[in-house]
Design a protein around this ligand. Structure first.
Ligand code: CP
Length: 325
C-alpha cells in the first residue's frame, strides 16, 4: 500500500500541521464508524491483514484501550508493548525497539512517550505509519479530534463557538492540540489558569487568556477542563489543591452563574474535587463519557485514513466494500 494515497500523509503527529480540510476529513470519516461500536458483532474487515503495534511508554487507560478497540473492530492484528516487561527496561533505545518491530513486518506504530518530539523522531526513522498517542507536553492529536467531534455533535458548527481550556495548560499536550484544531475550524479559543500553569507567550498562538475562572465561564460556550498533572510538578506551581479548587475548580456553584448553556468536557483522568467537582463531571452539562465513546470512532478514522482509505468511501468500507487505497 502506498502512503501517498492517504489524505493525511504517512503519519499523524499533531494538529499543528494539518489543514482544516484534513481535520474535517477525519471527523467526517469518524461519523460512519461510530455505528460499528453499537453492533452486536463489533467487527468489520477494513484493516484485515494489517499489523499494528501499540507502544505505550507512559501510563494510559482511555487512549491505549480505545486504540486497541478501534484496531480490533477494524480487524487489524495488534500487539501491545509497555516499558514494564519489555527490553526498554534494559535500556534499549526507541529506534532500536522500533527497528526490531519493523523486522517482524509491522504496518503501524501507535506511540505514547514522555518526551516531546518522540513520535516525530520515530516517524522520521521507520517506514511504518506512526500515530502520536501523546508525546510529553507537545501534542495529543486524537484526544483533540475526539474533543472537537464531541463539541460538533452537541453544538453543530465550530465556527464562532467560544471554547475555553481551563487548568494546567503548561504541561498539557491536550491543550496545544485543542488550540491548533479549534482555531483551524473557526472557533474562538481561550485558556484559563493561574500564571504558573500558563506557558509564557501563549497569546501568540491566537488565544485569549483568563486568570479568573468566573470570567472564563461568563465568556465561554464550552469548557474543556484539564487535569492538574501532579506527576509533572516538582512543587511550587500551586499553593495547595484546596486553594486550586476554590479559585480554579469548575464547581456547580460557578457554572450555575453561566449566561449560556455550557458544555463541559474533560479528557480524563479526572482529579475529582480538584479541577472539577463530581456534581459537574456527572451533571447535565457534562459530555465526558461521550468523549470516550467518540474516541474509538476517531481512532478508527485515523487508522483507516493512514492505511490509504478515502473519507468518501468510509461508509462503503464499513459495509465490507472497498475504500482502502
Ligand atoms: N485522555 C487521556 O489521554 O487519557 P489516558 O492517559 O488514560 O490515555
Amino acid at each position: 500500500m502506498s502512503h501517498s494515497t492517504s489524505p493525511l500523509g504517512k503519519d499523524l503527529i499533531g494538529l499543528e500541521h494539518l489543514s482544516a480540510e484534513q481535520i474535517r476529513s477525519i471527523l467526517d470519516t469518524a461519523e460512519p464508524f461510530k455505528e460499528i461500536s453499537e453492533r452486536r458483532i463489533k467487527k468489520v474487515p477494513v484493516l484485515r491483514g494489517k499489523t499494528i503495534v501499540n507502544l505505550f511508554l507512559e501510563p494510559s487507560t482511555r487512549t491505549r484501550i480505545s486504540f486497541e478497540f478501534a484496531e480490533k473492530r477494524l480487524s487489524a492484528d495488534t500487539v501491545n508493548i509497555a516499558s514494564t516487561g519489555s527490553s526498554v527496561q534494559k535500556g534499549e533505545t526507541l529506534v532500536d525497539t522500533a527497528r526490531n518491530l519493523e523486522a517482524m513486518r509491522i504496518d503501524m506504530v501507535v506511540i505514547r512517550h514522555w518526551a516531546s518530539g518522540a513520535a516525530q523522531f520515530l516517524a522520521d526513522r521507520i517506514p511504518s505509519n506512526v500515530i502520536n498517542a501523546g508525546d510529553g507536553a507537545h501534542e495529543h492529536p486524537t484526544q483533540a479530534l475526539l474533543d472537537i467531534l464531541t463539541i460538533r455533535d452537541h453544538r453543530g458548527s465550530l465556527e464562532g463557538l467560544r471554547v475555553c481550556v481551563v487548568g494546567d495548560i503548561v504541561h498539557s499536550r491536550v491543550a496545544r492540540s485543542n488550540i491548533f484544531g479549534l482555531l483551524k475550524l473557526g472557533a474562538e479559543v481561550a485558556v484559563c489558569g493561574p500564571r504558573t500553569l500558563l506557558p509564557t507567550g501563549i497569546e501568540t498562538l491566537g488565544v485569549r487568556v483568563f486568570h479568573r475562572v468566573e470570567e472564563a465561564i461568563e465568556w465561554a460556550d464550552v469548557l474543556n477542563v484539564l487535569r492538574l498533572q501532579l506527576e509533572r510538578m516538582q512543587g511550587g506551581f500551586i499553593p495547595s489543591l484546596r486553594e486550586y479548587n476554590r479559585f480554579y475548580g469548575v464547581t456547580r456553584e460557578k457554572i450555575e452563574r453561566a449566561p449560556r448553556d455550557l458544555l463541559i468536557l474533560h479528557p480524563g483522568p479526572m482529579n475529582r474535587g480538584v479541577e472539577i467537582d463530581s456534581d459537574v463531571a456527572d451533571g447535565p452539562h457534562s459530555v465526558i463519557l461521550k468523549q470516550v465513546t467518540n474516541g474509538v470512532a476517531v481512532r478508527m478514522a485515523v487508522l483507516y485514513l493512514l492505511a490509504g482509505g478515502q473519507p468518501e468511501q468510509a461508509e462503503a468500507a464499513k459495509r465490507g466494500g472497498g475504500g482502502r487505497g
